[in-house]
Write a protein that binds this ligand. Sequence first.
Ligand code: ZN
Length: 249
Amino acid sequence: MGSEAATAAVDLLRSQVPLQTDGELVLPSRGGVGLVLVDVVNGFCTVGAGNLAPVAPNKQIEKMVEEACRLAKLFCEKNWPIFAFLDTHYEDKPEPPYPPHCIIGSGEENFVPALEWLENEPNLTIKRKNCIDGYISSIEKMDPIFLLIGLENIRLKLLVLVLGICTDICVLDFASSTLAARNIGQVPPLQDVVIYSEGCATYDLPVEFAMNMKGALAHPQGLMHHMGLYIAKGRGAKVVDRVVLEPSE
Ligand SMILES: [Zn+2]
């Protein structure tokens, strides 16, 4: 599919499953927000870094990394909590249907270069996850659920803002599980899970390539990004397309 056809396909999808976003998120200057970064790692974002990395520069992924850096800086300046999932796998534990990726020691499992500075920040909690759903990965050994989103020491957090990759896979699963947990009272006082559309991205595997790859699932980027946001909204997430900081008094 050429870029014009891809745009037409996204337009058609948008007309059939329109997504009404929640507009702009104004971060309250008093805080009460946790930032969750999902898998902003080389293996998914850095050109040529591995089986699931982009093969050429990709605007949606570049924008996501840029926004992740912008908001991470803002949260660090305010000393507000940031929780980062880093997809990390053992060589002998495959994650079908995906080929090997983010294997420990490969470098794919680490932050992209633009976010390396974040590693030493005191407001950051890192959770290396070995499955798609970060929520599940955090309770695998019966760790308290709150350890997961760093909520054990941020009980004031009313809202979790989620950015990362992939919109329709790890971001969606984390948001869905967290919202299900919220709905049955497992993560008080969490009120909202907000997904920032411009701060999310997904990978691109157009149908014309996928049909020549045995076992591959077609995954056109624009369509799947839209569907990821749409399904997340159907799970109860808020979806915003701008994030700004409330001016302090
Ligand atoms: Zn993985």
